[in-house]
Design a protein around this ligand. Structure first.
Ligand SMILES: C[S@@+](CC[C@H](N)C(=O)[O-])C[C@H]1O[C@@H](n2cnc3c(N)ncnc32)[C@H](O)[C@@H]1O
Length: 506
């Protein structure tokens, strides 16, 4: 390629992709990185670093690189290979570098030819809308949201037990933590004797994870935090074990089988049962009453009444409900993470068939999930069932605008279809059918998992034994239950838009 730039022209680097994501200490964060054109090595080059001609400079061969002019003073330099076989703190070969440069002077020299902007996107960019990804990673970049997950003791305690009680699976192994967040699972894996853990996290939380890990010096040396999207990160070595919280389908869960094919031992079951809940139904239906007003400051709101009504019924409800609201034994759909293909999660179709146990009005379908961590020493189940200790996922209910009347022994059929969309969630299509005499009743709904209605109520009394909790956590759980009794407050954290979206993802 031809580049007409002045020798030693100095640019300041606005962003460097890949180099910074694959190597955390290549450049000091607080110092600016400069780029300079030159031919010091005998070929036209773009050299960038923090000191003048230092050994840590990254040098791009301009005969193979491409330059794109972004604006009067901003250019993008894309290189396909940088110093092959060079190792940056154990991360092999920086294969691809994109640098945005801002000229540091007045004269830009001869203008660079404008290049066509590359359309090659990573798998993540193909799957996920940019605006959704931005919000998603902004959310997870905040400590309060990681805390929300961490202080879900049922969840974190089960993960802790699943790792620590299965030390044999971790001892001396290389582990990759996909979507590491605060790094908690990486720390657990290191506690369990992992040889090395690569903690991949795309959000700003990666910086906090580094801080947390650095503050635990006994484990620090065995964990490397890699800031980046798992779809775009290459590990220096093949991992033996993958750990992750996969309840962020389709954004993370799908990756577990496609991207890093390792010995994951994981099962998940989605449970579903019809429920009857007049209060919930009325509550939702009444929300649209506002739009019944014919003279709201002189304005007739009724043209939007139907849309508002449909809008409220398109929101899946998130709360911890009393299992006595279920009117038929639950059925389940198994997701086997060992054998499933990524595509299988893009659209999940579940046929429904229940036998009703009471005479009632059915208002919709309740869903929750269990996950099995099938460690070789102690298998562990995490359940989010109604009546079990409440988790930050609570349960999910799809409420239909048209209830069905049913009798004891009557069969209810239908189907649930989950279709993933680019905003990191699913559209839910639910149909329930019941025949009374000669009359077929059908009720259908379309709901958006990304827009749930958080109707979190008091957690239910713990009716299931928590024999899977480590002792220490059991005690903590007791304390929490006591404090609930004493002051009536809810110790379980409130969910937030995206944590709920995770719940719905399963
Ligand atoms: C549900 S949180 C779990 C965090 C942590 N593993 C834990 O158990 O507390 C999922 C994390 O995965 C990260 N994440 C989601 N998709 C990712 C991707 N494609 N690449 C890297 N990180 C991702 C999010 O930013 C978030 O911090």
């Amino acid at each position: 390629m031809e580049v007409t730039v002045k020798e030693n022209q100095l640019f300041v680097v606005l962003s460097i992709s890949e180099v910074s994501s694959s190597s955390s200490t290549l450049f000091t964060k607080d110092e600016p990185v400069f780029a300079r054109f030159g031919s010091g090595s005998g070929v036209p080059e773009l050299r960038f670093g923090q000191e003048f001609e230092s050994s840590t400079d990254v040098v791009i061969d301009l005969r193979t690189a491409q330059l794109f002019k972004l604006g009067p003073a901003e250019s993008l330099c894309v290189s396909g290979a940088v110093e092959d076989n060079k190792e940056f703190i154990g991360v092999n070969v920086v294969k691809f570098v994109a640098v945005i440069l801002k000229y540091y002077g007045i004269d830009f020299g001869s203008p660079l030819p404008n290049g066509a902007v590359s359309t090659s996107k990573s798998k993540f960019d193909e799957k996920i809308e940019a605006s959704s990804a931005k919000m998603y990673f902004h959310y997870y970049g905040q400590l309060l949201h990681q805390q929300n997950m961490l202080q879900d003791f049922v969840r974190t305690g089960t993960y802790y037990a699943a790792v620590i009680e299965n030390r044999a699976d971790f001892l001396g192994r290389v582990v990759v933590d996909v979507g590491a967040g605060s790094g908690i699972l990486s720390l657990f894996a290191a506690q369990a004797g992992a040889k090395h853990v690569y903690a991949i996290e795309a959000s700003e939380m990666a910086e906090y994870a580094k801080k947390l890990i650095a503050g635990n010096p006994s484990l620090n040396g065995r964990i490397t935090v890699i800031k980046g999207k798992v779809e775009e990160v290459e590990l220096p070595v093949k991992a033996d074990i993958l750990i992750s919280e996969p309840m962020v389908l389709p954004s993370l869960g799908a990756l577990l089988f496609s991207h890093h094919k390792v010995d994951t031992l994981l099962f998940s079951r989605i449970h579903m049962a019809p429920f009857s809940d007049e209060y919930l139904y009325m509550e939702i239906a009444n929300k649209a009453i506002f739009w019944q007003q014919q003279s709201y400051f002189g304005v007739d709101l009724t043209p939007l009444q139907r849309s508002a009504y449909e809008g409220y019924f398109s929101q899946p409800v998130v709360d911890a409900f009393d299992p006595r609201l279920l009117v038929a034994p639950a059925i389940s759909h198994v997701i086997n993470f060992n054998s499933i293909k990524e595509e299988d999660l893009y659209e999940i179709e579940i046929p429904l068939k229940f036998t009703c146990s009471v005479s009632t009005r059915i208002h919709g379908l309740a869903c929750w999930f269990d996950v099995l961590f099938n460690g070789s020493t102690v298998p562990r189940w995490l359940t989010t069932a109604p009546g079990a200790p409440t988790t930050h996922w609570y349960q999910l209910r799809c409420v239909l605008s048209q209830p069905l009347y049913v009798m004891p022994g009557q069969e209810i059929t239908g189907h649930l279809r989950l279709v993933s969309h680019k905003a990191q969630s699913y559209t839910i299509y639910l149909t329930l059918l019941a025949t009374v005499g000669d009359m077929l009743q059908t009720s259908s709904g379309k709901l958006d998992l990304k827009e749930p209605y958080y109707r979190v109520s008091q957690p239910q009394a713990y009716s299931l034994a928590q024999d899977q909790q480590p002792t220490q956590l059991l005690q903590t759980q007791d304390i929490l239950t006591q404090s609930l009794d004493q002051d009536g407050s809810v110790p379980v954290q409130q969910p937030s838009p995206n944590s709920g979206a995770e719940l719905h993802s399963l």
